[in-house]
Design a protein around this ligand. Sequence first.
Ligand code: 13P
Length: 249
Amino acid sequence: MRKKIVAGNWKMNTLPSQGLTLAEDIVRQSFSDQTELIVAPPHTHLFSVSKAIANSRVKLSAQNLSNENFGAYTGEVSAEMLVELGCSYCIIGHSERRQYHHETDEILLKKTIKAIEVGLTPIFCIGESLEIRENNTYLAYISKQLDQSLLKLSRNQMEKVLIAYEPIWAIGTGKTASPQQAQEIHAYIRQYLSTHFDVQIAENTSILYGGSCNAQNAKELFSQIDIDGGLIGGASLKANDFITIANSF
Ligand code: 13P
């Protein structure tokens, strides 16, 4: 059985004090035991949020990690540092990092391997731009993103990975992919995993949808057979909305 997962990517939002309050508000609410609920605050918040969620079922994710171990890499944060702070997940390859920080598939593959080595579960993001969607070349684009990253993992490594499909045109725009549009890609990714790894990997890999997913549309998106949950941006910054989304399966 694939896990049902809702992860909140706070991006570069909230001050540490506000993030702590948000985490405390989330912890106070109840959500189904079938759902894995994850918060991904900025690095500066990880220590306090980790303490706030320590006695709850909420899990901690980072938004990025270094592909290096330790050393002279000013401004970077290593995988092992994240583990010691209580992280069990790390978002890798978000389109904002690909776009603004020029993270290539090669670097993202290294980061993914580093995360797996220390026991962090990568939440690996892929997704096409509006131009590619409108050109109707999005399936080829998704294949290429997978070919250059996750398909280079061993089967054992791939077993540890979660995928998030986040069409760039839907991120922060209020323009959600329709449940049918999202389902088409999720099914395509699953089939691709089946072809290139095997059916078991395909069936066991949770594939999350991200991009203007909110308390109103989550239920319909999550009702699609290949959509196993969501990676939530804006709506994860309000505890009530985030919990409503977590209870939308
Ligand atoms: P929004 O939910 O704000 O569109 O952001 C989605 C996202 O990028 C999550 O990683």
